[in-house]
Design a protein around this ligand. Structure first.
Ligand SMILES: Cc1cc2nc3c(=O)[nH]c(=O)nc-3n(C[C@H](O)[C@H](O)[C@H](O)COP(=O)(O)OP(=O)(O)OC[C@H]3O[C@@H](n4cnc5c(N)ncnc54)[C@H](O)[C@@H]3O)c2cc1C
Length: 419
């Protein structure tokens, strides 16, 4: 069968793919967006929905390395590696260790800061344009219940202040100012006023609908099986729902991107890092501001329509979507340690979800055009900040496809940097 010609084929309808399709369409391209499942069926569905300029330290950093080694093989810890002999994982860990240096972190911070802040502005514009995703610009509180945890949070706060972000250190009274009537068990914390939050699936679905209305064709249950190529160009893309001949191809397939990139001889060392969320009916005293149970590494996000979401854990277990009850329980059991009035036995659970964060070994996304390819753009590997960086990534993808110079220096995000 003859492949269908299209201007731009975007693979993957998570936040990155949908935002890319949107900005490409707005720039005048005829776009087809394909996904092997439904729109927003990957990591973008049940994440914590936090927009986090305060997360401009990449995942690969010296403190994460030290803490991670302590937690490494403990199945109920916030960070866990399923013991197995996997050459890709071992190489990934080796690269992570090499990337986790103070010098690299210093170079990455201003890049991530500017991307997060630009993305936050785009979210505010989407909200102002009537895209409905329960957006709140109310900041984010870190709650600490140990001296060591508080010291680490305050130190990171200094770092963020030096990077030009707004940071407030909080005593108990300060915490009460932000979290209202909610009785909490903590010794102090930090507030990041520039952070925001939203309902992630609602955003992706609402924007996908707008994109459809504007002319983007979205094909669900269309798994990309093979990407053909000739010289410097990707040619026919075979999917389970027909073949496409795209002038430009955007790979935005999250944790599944390495296999697709390998069709083009590209090495994208992305490890899926599984995380969980538990959504419950929000207790009456739920604050309007999202907060973090700092030592337990659990995010708590108030969503619209009386929903509350707990999210956390990072588990390197490959492309494995099984739900490990022990890790779900570890998240839920951390809650009463900080919020004694919230008894897990009384939670009305709406959804238990797991997703795979697409993690590169240096903690930075792979974003740009690989140098051996004239019509391919990679937009993958956003790890724990993909929701936050989705809109700005989409805008950059559209700029690259349109032959414009992107608004940002993307050197550190070069998709060829892994060799
Ligand atoms: C527990 C948890 C909490 C998180 N909290 C936050 C947060 O608060 N803030 C934040 O910024 N980030 C957060 N994240 C990270 C965020 O969810 C991800 O970075 C982001 O969703 C990645 O988006 P994506 O579009 O790249 O990938 P995905 O959403 O995974 O989308 C990739 C898509 O590609 C499709 N696909 C794959 N292979 C193929 C193929 N062969 N053919 C066709 N389609 C294919 C998949 O079906 C999928 O829909 C969290 C993640 C987890 C797990």
């Amino acid at each position: 069968m003859k492949p269908r010609p299209v201007d731009v084929l975007v693979v993957g309808a998570g936040v990155v793919g949908v935002c890319s399709a949107w900005f490409l369409q707005q720039a005048g391209a005829r776009v087809v967006l394909v996904d092997q499942g439904a729109v927003c069926s990957g990591s973008s569905h049940g994440n914590a929905g936090l927009i986090v300029p305060s997360h401009c330290v990449p995942l690969a950093e010296p403190a994460a390395l030290a803490q991670g080694l302590r937690w490494l093989f403990r199945p109920d810890s916030p960070f866990y590696i399923k013991p197995r002999l996997d050459a890709d994982l071992l190489r990934w860990l080796w690269r992570f260790r090499r990337a986790a240096t103070a010098a690299r972190v210093e170079r990455a911070i201003p890049v991530l800061r500017d991307l997060h802040l630009a993305s936050r502005t785009l979210y505010a514009e989407f909200a102002a344009a009537g895209v409905d995703f329960e957006y709140g610009e109310r900041g984010r509180v870190l709650l600490c219940d140990t001296d060591q945890g508080l010291a680490a949070a305050v130190e990171e706060g200094h770092h963020m202040r030096n990077a030009g972000l707004e940071v407030e250190e909080l005593d108990r009274a300060g915490i009460a100012r932000h979290l209202g009537d909610l009785p909490v068990n903590c010794i102090g914390g930090v507030f990041y006023p520039q952070d925001a939050h939203l309902s992630p699936a609602r955003f992706v679905h609402s924007l996908a609908q707008r994109a459809r209305d504007a002319g983007v064709e979205i094909v669900e249950s269309a798994q990309v099986l093979h990407i053909g190529s000739q010289e410097r160009r990707a040619t026919v893309v075979d999917t389970t729902r027909g073949a496409f001949q795209a002038e430009q191809l955007v790979l935005a397939a999250g944790s599944w991107s390495p296999e697709l990139a390998a069709n083009l001889g590209l090495h994208l060392p992305i490890q899926p890092a599984k995380g969980y969320s538990i959504e419950i009916a929000a207790p009456d005293d739920t604050p309007a501001v999202p907060f973090m149970l700092h030592e337990a590494k659990v995010g708590v996000t108030p969503l619209g329509q009386g929903r509350l979401r707990f999210a956390g854990t990072l588990e390197l277990a490959g492309l494995d979507l099984t739900i490990n009850r022990r890790r779900v329980d570890a998240i839920v059991q951390a809650v009463p340690r900080y919020v004694p009035g919230w008894d897990p036995a009384e939670f009305v659970v709406r959804e238990i979800w797991r997703g795979l964060r697409p993690c590169t070994p240096d903690g930075l996304p792979a974003l740009g055009r690989p140098h051996n390819w004239d019509n391919v753009v990679i937009a993958a590997g956003h790890a724990m900040i993909g929701m936050s960086l989705g809109p700005v990534t989409g805008r950059i993808v559209a700029q690259i496809v349109g032959g414009q110079t992107p608004d940002f220096d993307l050197d550190l995000l070069d998709p060829d940097r892994f060799g």
